[in-house]
Structure formats: C-alpha cells, structure tokens
Write a protein that binds this ligand. Structure first.
Ligand code: SAM
Length: 253
C-alpha cells in the first residue's frame, strides 16, 4: 500500500524511507533521550517520560492500548509490554506501518499496526483501554475530530495520554500555524473526556535542547535522514523558548 501522491502521508512515507539507511540519526536520538537501541523514536519523549506516560495510562494487564500516529511503534510497544497489554498502532503513513510491523517481528512482539488517520482510525467504538499519542496530535487536519476519535474508541473509564508542545502565546506568528492551535486541555474536554489534566514538563527539555544542538551542529553529508534531522534541529532551536512541553491525561466517561 502506498500513500496518495501529493498527500501529507506521502511526505511522511519519504521521511520514514530515508531513515532506513540512517542508523546515525537513531543513535543520536536514542543517546539524548536515554532510549534503548530497540526503541525507535520519531519524537522527543525520553525514558523518564515513558514511565510517567505509562503510569498515567493505568493500563490493565491484558487490556488494549492504541498508539495513535505511532510512527515506527517504539513507544507503544514499550508501554504495552510494561503492562502486558495488547498494542494496536495506527499511522497514516503506510511506510511507517511497514517499518513498525518489521520492528515488531524483530522484537517478537505481537503488536498489530494499521494504516489510519488521527480522526478516522477504523477501530471499533469502545475498543481501547488506553490511547497514547506522542508528539503528533498537532498534525491532525481537524484537531477537534481527532479528539473526538480518541473519545470514541476509548472504553468507559479508559485513559488517554498525550504529549506535545503548546505555544506560550497562542498568537505568536513565529510558530507554525499547526503548533499555534495546540490546546490539549480544550481538545480533550471538548470531546467529552473528564478528569482532564495538562501538566508542564520543564525537566524533559534539557535532553531535547541537547539533542537539537547536536543535530544543528552536525554535517549531514549526503544522508537525507540526517539532513532533515539537522534542519529540524535548526528550526526547533529557533523556537525553543516559544513553546512549553506538556503531558495531558483524561478519562472516558
Ligand atoms: C513526530 S512523528 C511521531 C511518531 C511517533 N508517535 C513517535 O513518537 O515516534 C508524527 C507522526 O504522525 C503521523 N501522522 C501525521 N499526521 C497524521 C494523521 N493525520 N493521521 C495519522 N498519523 C499522522 C506521521 O506519519 C508520523 O508518524
């Protein structure tokens, strides 16, 4: 399966395809975030953060965790394994899903991965004990629809945990329009979830800054994954102080 030509998913397909030939990018990311070599990340959640996310999800053993916009599935597989839960990962990039499946086979994990959108997962209503979304809700074409999808697939009492960045000032035009509209509390409450908590995580930022400083300083040569990592490092450092790091959790009624 391939993403539609010219679509946003096709852009991410290319991003993931480039990574298959670039262990250097993964090594830098894992070193700064404190992640083991098998955990492939495409975001900024570190090892201590994983423990906080896992605790907030309160997954029952044998329950189902859905990792939304899962990328290569590293975080979902780690967190589900800690709770002996089943993992279903969804991403709109067929290439990410292909790599996530290959990673699961390598690790002997029974995790399942499928192609779907943040706002249209294709999963059954009330089928998830937990929904995880790591640094990806900002990509939803229509954020309210993505929050509604989270609420729809959760069982009553199920938990949603999201990490992301929120603007310090909603009208700061130095930030992308995508980031300027991130408001996890309003999104989760607006979708009807309860016990919504949004907490700032300033301690996570030291590793993020160090990672982007190394990315921005490196010479990517002709490695396209390192090139995009380098460019993202430069962009992220330029707006580093304009966003706050947040983790949000909520419960389905
Ligand atoms: C920054 S990466 C994070 C991936 C993964 N959560 C992680 O932390 O490693 C953002 C992910 O969102 C996915 N994505 C972007 N827009 C999406 C959408 N509308 N529906 C589903 N996935 C989407 C991308 O393909 C990509 O895998």
């Amino acid at each position: 399966m391939k993403a539609q030509p010219g679509s946003r998913a096709e852009y991410f397909d290319g991003w993931y395809a480039d990574m298959t030939g670039s262990p250097a990018k993964d090594e830098i990311q894992q070193r700064h975030l404190g992640l083991p070599p098998h955990l492939l990340s495409n975001s900024l959640l570190g090892w201590e953060g994983i423990a906080e996310v896992a605790a907030a999800l309160r997954l029952p053993a044998g329950g189902t965790l859905v990792d939304l916009a899962c990328g290569r599935g590293g975080y979902g597989m780690e967190i589900a394994a800690r709770a002996s839960a089943r993992l279903v990962g969804i991403d709109f990039s067929p290439e990410a899903v292909r790599q996530a499946r290959a990673g699961a086979r390598r690790l002997g994990s029974g995790a399942e991965f499928g192609v779907g959108d943040l706002a249209a997962t294709g999963l059954a209503t009330g089928s998830a004990d937990g929904v995880l979304c790591v640094d990806a809700i900002q990509f939803a074409a229509e954020p309210a629809a993505a929050y509604r999808e989270i609420a729809r697939i959760l069982k009553p009492g199920g938990r949603a945990v999201l990490t992301c960045f929120e603007p310090m000032a909603w009208d700061d035009e130095r930030l992308s329009s995508r980031l300027r509209r991130v408001d996890l509390g309003a999104g989760l409450s607006g979708a009807g979830l309860s016990m919504v908590e949004v907490g700032e995580r300033p301690l996570w930022r030291d590793a993020e800054r160090a990672m982007w400083e190394e990315a921005a300083a490196l010479d990517p040569g002709d490695d396209p994954a390192l090139r995009s990592f380098h460019d993202e490092g430069v962009r992220s450092l330029a707006t580093f102080g304009l966003v706050r790091r947040v983790m949000a959790s909520a419960t389905a009624p």
